[in-house]
Design a protein around this ligand. Structure first.
Ligand code: MLT
Length: 204
């Protein structure tokens, strides 16, 4: 359950919140540190590098093709990542009840999978350009879980219908969804960051 990772404690020491930063395919543990700081200047940041390699590119779980996931691997790795977060909370002494995932693309997909399989791990999640990771047989209880979803209306990887399917799935589980759509593609926009930032502040 060990991951190459960065942990940056709360800069001010006055936040017990930790952002779990999850990069996109081909990313590293350093990619989202600046984004994390922008989103919440006071939070601690925990940023693991995905352990699956696809043509040399790091990801959090295997896929058979673009958008077609190896669900057995995704399941196993979702639990492994959750166990890592638990172990890290002991090692770095952060509050496990205030972990908020911030994931982009492949990182958003495993964060969504955590919401479905290990809902207690996350108090909230910002999913930037996610897909439906899988549809569970039994829905988790996501009441009182704020979920921010960022989507691009011109995203070639994630059609609008896919975003809608994810919104509906999470809503059926009781999650409170804040959806931000921009006109661009599979990228995080400045406005999306601003929206995610004010979304996070609402329940600081
Ligand atoms: C995935 O594999 O998780 C999605 O296709 C997004 C990505 O390419 O990372």
């Amino acid at each position: 359950t060990s991951f190459i990772h960065r942990f940056i404690p709360s800069a001010t020491g006055n936040s017990s919140r930790t952002l779990l930063l999850l990069h996109g395919t081909g990313g590293t543990e350093n990619d989202l540190l600046d984004l994390g700081r922008l989103l919440d200047p006071n939070a601690s940041l925990l940023s693991p590098r995905g352990k699956v390699l696809e043509n040399g590119m790091s990801r959090y779980f295997r896929r058979l093709a673009e958008g077609i996931f190896d669900i057995a691997d995704l399941t196993r790795r979702t639990y492994e990542l959750s166990d890592f977060v638990e172990a890290a909370s002991i090692a770095y002494d952060f509050d496990l009840r205030q972990v908020i995932a911030v994931g982009f693309s492949n990182g958003a997909n495993i964060a969504a999978s955590m919401l479905l399989l290990r809902p207690h791990m996350l108090s909230a999640a910002a999913l930037l350009h996610p897909m439906v990771p899988f549809v569970p047989d039994t829905l988790p209880d996501l009441r009182n879980k704020p979920v921010f979803i960022g989507a691009g209306l011109a995203d070639p990887l994630v059609p609008i219908s896919e975003t809608e399917r994810l919104v509906q799935l999470l809503q059926r589980a009781g999650a409170t969804i804040s959806l931000h759509q921009h006109n661009g593609g599979h990228v995080i926009s400045h406005e999306e960051v601003r929206e995610a930032r004010s979304w996070l502040r609402q329940f600081a």
